[in-house]
Design a protein. Sequence first.
Length: 276
Amino acid sequence: MTIESTDLQNSTNTAITYSECYQQCFCSDNLELMKTIESNTIDLIYCDILYGTGRKFADYQDLKPIRSEIENHYIPRIKEMHRILKPTGSIYLQMDYRISHWIRCLMDDIFNYKNYIQSIYWKYNAGGKYNDKFKTVTDEILFYSKTENKCFYPERVMIPHHPDTYRRIKGYANAGITININGKQRENLWDFNAVKKGNYTKINPEYLNYATQKPKALIETIIKASSNEGDLVADFYMGSGTTAEVCKDLNRNFIGCDINPRAIEITLKRLNDARS
């Protein structure tokens, strides 16, 4: 089956029920799409949001790092995300230092500060040299739940032990020291390589020449830890479609959108190539 995108402007205005969906991708403004989704429908939301750099990229214009512009864009969207998320659901919003303080305040107001779980920091490999500050090599991912009854499975994303550790496990047991054979619990600093092109000797198979593409391993960690097979995962800043592809790999239903037609084109090609 070929997965097709739906132009929201040509669809009906009635709420869409996703009980039978597998993967649905919309070329649409995300606020307009969210308004069509029934309340308490989504199990997990992950969004790599606009970072507020003010830059003009090849495929889109980023927001300016101005408080009024950030609030005008994000307040209605975060309110909709809260409405459509299930009571057991979680939301992860990824950004960098430019707007994380503003988004944290908005999330505390809309999701309730008591439902802030933690900040996760993705450490990526980055080039460049700075003479006026330390080099920035992290994104921040704000992790919130809708209620205290969230689904969360840290045992699914354990970090494997070093091979030498496995050889010592028997000795630890004999000494009365408890060690989890499945690995050690993941901390909130995640070290995954950024998606780069590579070089002539080793091309990165994930690379799609999309400016904000994120590694599959990063999103796999979130989806495994905060959802189950058959759950509905949403990404309203879909970009190159990494979340959609990971959902396919992990047997999750998916709904996502991007206002950029090129993002939809890349996403659909990824999904259809994976099916062929």
